[in-house]
Design a protein around this ligand. Structure first.
Ligand code: ZN
Length: 242
């Protein structure tokens, strides 16, 4: 990787641990300087712009005015040279929660990590590591943890706590990761499943905000924001969680 490459400069710029990070990843395939500049002219440049683009896309999805952007041959060829997504999203693996569709975005726009229950589990480095790569190496200014209504993984955690149900294999690991969110939601008024889903997202946001050394550092420097949101399967609407 040459010193003049955009990826290296940007990578070092956004990185609080640049010296370590630059030698830790092979970033070949990330945008060249010219390509990156062209793509950045329309790409959201900060967390607020990124969030605005997502919510506007979701409104188009809800209203059935979706544009289906970024799916042309031109776009495909453009991003084949390198990716420059404007957000890293941690969403549930649920087949009904497809971020590119519900946010009306195209290829190369969203860096998506999906796992049942949209969990951040410190023992599963793949999840957190992927999000770190999205913000550190690819420069996405926003991370969104996206829960959804009727989440089966959260329902499983409730089932485990209330009835002592044991799930087979690694499914149990997912459920156990969510259980503290259910415990927290137990004392709240209203529907336990809904409250647990919200609590699980908040727990994920907290974990990421405090995850050393990569994301916490970028958050402290104001280069990255982590937000939580909830997707309603019936209405199609994404609502931010404070
Ligand atoms: Zn789910």
């Amino acid at each position: 990787m040459s010193d003049s490459s955009f990826s290296r400069r940007k990578f070092l710029k956004v990185s609080g641990v640049g010296a370590i990070a630059a030698t830790s990843f092979n970033l070949s395939g990330v945008l060249s300087a010219t390509e990156a500049q062209a793509a950045e002219s329309t790409r959201p440049q900060n967390a607020d712009e990124a969030l605005k683009a997502l919510m506007e896309g979701n409104k188009r999805f809800v209203d059935s005015t979706k544009k289906g952007p970024g799916r042309s041959v031109k776009r495909r060829k453009e991003v084949a040279a390198g990716q420059n997504p404007f957000v890293a999203i941690l969403a549930c693996a649920d087949s009904r929660v497809a971020p590119e569709i519900l946010f009306d975005q195209g290829i190369g726009d969203l860096f998506v990590v999906r796992v049942a229950g949209n969990i951040v589990n410190p023992t599963n480095y793949g999840i957190q590591g992927s999000l770190e790569f999205g913000v550190l190496a690819l420069g996405a200014p926003l991370i969104m943890v996206l829960g959804h209504s009727e989440c089966g993984a959260v329902a499983g955690a409730i089932e485990a706590l209330q009835n002592g149900t044991q799930f087979p294999g690694s499914i149990n690991d997912i459920v156990q990761t969510i259980e503290p969110a259910v415990e927290k939601a137990k004392g709240e008024k209203g529907d336990l499943l809904h409250n647990s889903i919200i609590s699980n997202v908040q727990m994920g946001v907290d974990k990421l905000n405090n995850s050393d050394p990569v994301i916490s550092d970028l958050v402290k420097k104001g280069k990255v924001k982590v937000v939580g949101a909830n997707y309603d399967l019936k209405t199609g609407e994404v609502k931010l969680i404070s």
